[in-house]
Design a protein. Structure first.
Length: 321
């Protein structure tokens, strides 16, 4: 394989997205609309520790240069020389992504590990081959878990198991005493943005807005569980656990109110919400780690600073003008 050409130029769209945890590396991964599984090209290079002469991680087509080395040619299967390692161009919305088929990563590991058995590798090749060994071990661990789950049928129920763990952390066993949670300032912004006059009885759609802007941003399943558990005479937030559920809710309220305060109208507000709190889409998740990740994010996410938001919004408006 003297040269690897960029042949896969067909534009494909991302259907699902996520991050693959391999040996401490978080690799952005995607499933395209035709079912092709891919990894971002830059993450593949970083995971393989492909370096330049100064031992610095380098962006760009480093993978192509490495596999084009004459010393590695005898260890590349004939079936892998006809475009197998060509990059794939895909789009996640309007974002352009250069990627490789997911199977390319273990194939590259095989090439370097096989070469290590038979030839003396140079300094940079040794760095890559050592990392390949680490990655191959990670593949084995992930693979055996997936095989056991498939053989036992656990893959069909583990999502429900993790959901129950999540709900236990967020949903209180008993309905708590009422405490003012949504302050008047929150609804004052909604009145202003929707050009409504404040009244003792709020507009009916404020309830829908509150659900979509605040409660819907809690982990999947929490809002539905709150609606089922909370008596009609009580507020939804009275069914949240004080340590995790209520604290996450307060952060979301603060964030939404901050975005509302810097918005001149509801259209600008909607755009800011979409930017800072994008709609949840279907992602391929690993339920085994999703629980801890969500809790960590809920606890550690810092609140939005009103001053920073105003400055950024001012710059965005100046660009448009």
């Amino acid at each position: 394989m003297k040269e690897i050409k960029e042949k896969n130029t067909k534009i494909r769209k991302v259907k699902h997205r996520g991050k693959l945890d391999l040996a401490g590396f978080k690799l952005p991964c995607f499933v395209l609309e035709d079912g092709t599984r891919v990894l971002s090209s830059n993450s593949v290079q970083l995971a393989l520790k492909m370096v330049d002469k100064d031992d610095k991680k380098e962006r760009g087509p480093r993978l192509r240069k490495n596999l084009s080395q004459k010393t590695l040619q005898p260890f590349i299967n004939q079936g892998e020389k006809g475009g197998h390692f060509d990059p794939i161009l895909c789009y996640d919305g309007k974002i352009k992504i250069n990627a490789y088929k997911a199977t390319v990563l273990p194939d590259i590991c095989d090439i370097y590990l096989e070469a290590r058995k038979h030839i003396e590798l140079d300094k940079r090749q040794k760095i890559v081959s050592d990392q390949c060994e680490t990655l191959v071990r990670a593949f084995a661990k992930v693979g055996i878990i997936a095989l056991v789950d498939e053989a036992t049928g656990y893959q069909k129920v583990r999502g429900d198991f993790e959901l129950q763990k999540m709900l236990k952390a967020y949903i209180s066993e008993e309905t708590l005493e009422w405490q003012k949670t949504f302050h008047d300032s929150f609804y004052e912004q909604l009145y202003r943005l929707w050009n409504k006059t404040p009244a003792p009885k709020r507009p009916w759609f404020f309830g829908t807005l509150t659900n979509e802007l605040v409660y819907r941003k809690l982990p999947d399943g929490v809002l539905d569980a709150l609606k089922k558990k909370t008596p009609k005479s009580k507020r939804l937030h009275q069914s949240l656990t004080p340590e995790i559920g209520k604290e996450h809710l307060k952060k979301q309220i603060h964030s939404v109110e901050a975005l509302a305060k810097v918005s001149k109208d509801k259209n600008e507000f909607s755009k800011l919400i979409e930017r800072h709190h994008p709609p949840k889409d279907l992602k391929q998740k690993n339920p085994e780690v999703e629980f801890d990740k969500t809790l960590k994010a809920a606890i550690n996410t810092p609140p939005l600073k009103l001053k920073d938001l105003k400055e950024k919004l001012k710059k965005d408006r100046e660009k448009k003008n």
